[in-house]
Design a protein. Structure first.
Length: 321
C-alpha cells in the first residue's frame, strides 16, 4: 500500500467562538488542534492513504490529546518524538466578514522546532526511504535552523535515490522567516530537490513581487508543478504537457478558507498515488478544497467528506535515475 510521510508541526488552536468578540474582554474561544501539514495528513487518511505524521511533542496532557486525535483519524504516530518538559506551540485565528483568516502565533519554544537536532533524528530521517512520498511545507522548513534544514534535505535526497518522491508545498508565512532573502534561498533548494511542487500566486508573489505567472513558474525546475491562481484555477506543468484546470462554480457560501490549500494537497497526492494523471488530480484537489471552505475550521466533519472513489493504488516505486 502506498504511504506518505508528512513532516511538520501541530499546534493548539484557539478560534473565536460564535458570538464572541476578539475586541471585547471575556470573548470566548474554542480550543482545537491544527497545522498545515497535519491538516493534509488528516485529509490523506480520510482519503484512505496510509500516512504517518513526523513531529515532536511534549509529555503534557495537550500532546496526549493530539496523539489520541491523530490515532482516531487513522494517522500513524510511530514517528512522533515525545520530549519531556516541552509543550506544543499555540496559535489563534480571527476571521473577517468574508471568511479570510488572520493568525497569531506563540511557538518559539515548541517541541517541534527541535525535531532535526535530537538523538532520534537520524533514525527518523533514515525512515524516509520507506515511504512513497515525503510531504512538507515551507512552514515546516521555517521552524528548523539552517543545519536542521540541510540535514533534512540530505535525507530526502537519499530517499529519492530509492524511489521516494518529494512533494513541497510553498505555504509561505513571512513571520516565520528572519527575512525574505533567507526564505528565497531555502525555497530554491526545495524547488531543486522536489518531484512535485504545489504553489500559488499568494505564496510566490510575496517572495517575488511584480513577477508574471510565467516568470514565477520558471523559477521552479521540478518536473511536476501545480500553480494555483488567485481565482479558482490551477496551471499545471508536467512531463509531456501543460494544462489549465478550473474549479467548478461554488454553490454554497464560503465560511472559512482555512486549510483550502492543505486539503487540495491531500486530494492531489491521493489521486496521484491512486494512478490519476495531474489534471485529474488537480480536479480532485479543487473539489475537496471547495467543500472544505464551506465549513468552519481546518478539518470538516467526517460526514461531510465526499464519497470515496475506488482506485487501484500504486504499490511499486521506481528509483530516481
Amino acid at each position: 500500500m502506498a504511504s506518505v510521510a508528512c513532516i511538520g508541526e501541530c499546534m493548539v488552536e484557539l478560534r473565536q467562538a460564535q458570538g464572541g468578540s476578539a475586541g471585547q474582554s471575556g470573548g470566548l474561544y474554542s480550543r482545537g488542534f491544527g497545522g498545515d501539514t497535519l491538516n493534509t495528513a488528516v485529509y490523506l487518511a480520510r482519503l484512505e492513504v496510509k500516512v504517518d505524521y513526523l513531529t515532536a511533542l511534549g509529555d503534557d496532557a495537550l500532546s496526549d490529546e493530539m496523539i489520541a486525535a491523530w490515532n482516531a483519524e487513522s494517522i500513524g504516530t510511530r514517528r512522533v518524538v515525545r520530549l519531556p518538559g516541552k509543550l506544543p506551540g499555540l496559535y489563534m485565528i480571527q476571521l473577517d466578514a468574508k471568511g479570510e483568516r488572520q493568525f497569531f502565533h506563540w511557538r518559539d519554544s515548541a517541541a517541534a522546532r527541535q525535531l532535526m537536532s535530537l538523538p532520534e533524528t537520524d533514525e527518523l530521517l533514515n525512515s524516509l526511504m520507506s515511504y512513497d512520498i515525503v510531504y512538507l511545507s515551507a512552514i515546516t522548513l521555517s521552524i528548523y535552523d539552517t543545519a536542521g534544514r540541510d540535514r533534512l534535505f540530505a535525507a530526502i535526497k537519499r530517499a529519492r535515490l530509492l524511489g521516494t518522491r518529494f512533494v513541497f508545498d510553498t505555504n509561505f508565512r513571512a513571520r516565520g522567516w528572519p527575512d525574505r532573502d533567507v526564505a528565497r534561498e531555502v525555497f530554491a533548494a526545495a524547488f531543486a530537490a522536489a518531484d512535485i511542487v504545489l504553489t500559488s500566486t499568494e505564496d510566490l508573489l510575496a517572495l517575488y513581487p511584480g513577477e508574471s505567472h510565467e516568470q514565477l513558474m520558471a523559477r521552479i525546475p521540478a518536473p511536476e508543478l501545480v500553480f494555483r491562481l488567485a481565482e479558482p484555477v490551477s496551471l499545471l506543468r508536467f512531463p509531456g504537457g501543460t494544462s489549465e484546470v478550473r474549479a467548478e462554480p461554488m454553490t454554497k457560501p464560503v465560511v472559512d478558507t482555512t486549510a483550502a490549500g492543505d486539503s487540495f494537497a491531500a486530494a492531489y497526492i491521493a489521486a496521484r498515488l491512486a494512478g490519476s494523471d495531474p489534471v485529474e488530480a488537480a480536479q480532485a484537489g479543487h473539489r475537496l478544497a471547495s467543500l472544505v471552505i464551506c465549513y468552519a475550521g481546518a478539518i470538516i466533519p467526517g460526514y461531510a467528506m465526499p464519497p470515496k472513489k475506488r482506485h487501484r493504488p500504486a504499490t511499486t516505486r521506481q528509483a530516481t535515475k
